[in-house]
Design a protein around this ligand. Sequence first.
Ligand SMILES: C[S@@+](CC[C@H](N)C(=O)[O-])C[C@H]1O[C@@H](n2cnc3c(N)ncnc32)[C@H](O)[C@@H]1O
Length: 254
Amino acid sequence: MFQLKAYFDYWIHAKGRHGTHSPYVYDFLDKCVTSKIPNEVKNEYVLYRKKLLQDKTKITITDLGAGSRKMGNQRMISEIAKNAGSKGKYGRLLYQLSNYYNPSLILELGTSLGLGTFMLAKGNQDTKVVTIEACSTTLQVAKDRLAEHQLRNIEFINSSFQEFLTNEKRVFDVVFIDGDHRGRSLVEQLNLLDSISHDETIFVLDDIRWSEDMYDTWKSIVQNEKYHLSMDLLRMGIIAKRKHQQKEHFIVKF
Ligand SMILES: C[S@@+](CC[C@H](N)C(=O)[O-])C[C@H]1O[C@@H](n2cnc3c(N)ncnc32)[C@H](O)[C@@H]1O
């Protein structure tokens, strides 16, 4: 019932690019989201995911987040790939953000099998992607698989988000938060990210409608005075501080 209502909220309010008066959001919808992804990248990604989906190897995972609603700690790689990886238009969006906004440094919280990492790193060879994962077994699978794709712009870190964010000093241009699906953890991560982000940093929050708790937290983030720009893309939400602009929220057709 909750998810039905949360999806309904989106569909009745979502507007296309002509319904938005914000140049930033218009540009995002008109240029970033419509930018083409080379066929060879699409094919490589499909193959990468297909191999994972066919891999019946069982691994024991450690999940510091809300975990899976369906699986225990002994999981087949194929099951993890099916349930946890960025795919479809949301996977493509990661490539497009990395390619269009030309960030120097991207942070991904939650590597899993490296599907999102692949798109972020492929989007821009001049970008460095720092990806964080607490489960060393899963991270090793991602490392091994990504090594087959000659991506030299990824830094893998085996750590909890909290430990990494407390000690990190570099400042990130794009942050993809896709790990611990609990509202209070999301708020804690955003607070820790404050000092290692800047006014234009693009924060991409995944699974904002995953649970009632996540959706309530998303709504409170939208209200937060710290973020002057927020965009609801159904599964994902995007926020930025952008202090110089008037505070605005957009529910955009994606
Ligand atoms: C949904 S998956 C990430 C999917 C990946 N970003 C993608 O796009 O393909 C979430 C991952 O975050 C990791 N994780 C969850 N909470 C964590 C925490 N507090 N610290 C470090 N890793 C965490 C889990 O182990 C899991 O592998």
